[in-house]
Design a protein around this ligand. Sequence first.
Ligand SMILES: [Mg+2]
Length: 266
Amino acid sequence: MKEILAPGENRPEDLKKWLDKRGIKLILFDLDDTLIDTNNHFNRRYGDFFALVGKRLSFSADELTQFTEIFHRLDIEVFYTHFVNPVRYLELGKKLAAAYQPGREKEVSAAFEEGLPILLEIYKTVPDFHPGAEETLSVLKTTGTEMGLVTHGNLTWSNLKIRELDLKRFFNHFWVADEDGVKNSGDWLAAVNSFPGIKPAETLVIGDNLRGDIMAADEAGIRYKALIPSNWVVYREGGGAMPANTVFVPKIDQLVDSLLKSNLSC
Ligand SMILES: [Mg+2]
């Protein structure tokens, strides 16, 4: 008689069956905010930056709140022209100074210049794994399924993350999409094609960006998708309906359970 296991103890075996039933041979992951806490990595530096600028400009609490609101609004604006390229902060600095005309633009500009290294530090250091991310990747790896990483951003920073987080433990192939654009279906297709003999219909994509991960993967013909929403406003905008065969996952440490509970078609 088969011993009854507590929930979770037979996950690699159950997961292997779940994947086999659907013919999934490849799992492709997004990196930022799907596996690592990039949002918090940015917000910590933004907090330090606001503190420095507030001090330099002798802002009252209300003035500082107003400054951070203008900063976040302009950050979204420059995201749509420069995406994840760090040069977007130079553009943001100009727009911020202009927002304080007349009279304070020079002062704001000087404070921004002083704080800029704090913002650029974002791209010289590495975010932490989300709780449970490494354990989840280990369980997936145990199933023997091919695994690849499709990230989007500054190449030097991406390579630093891959090295410092030791991502070669989990992934056989890495794909870094252009930092000056959004991740698109061509990126996902190229990533699938780097695994000879595997088709998009045999692939599962996991990401936090509705447009750049889930919808782009769907457009590439990738059959199975899992969305783990992050805090970035711009990544919650998809401009359309959620593609078929997409599982909603609250947090990365619930990925395996969410897949097993889902009724994705076979
Ligand atoms: Mg992401």
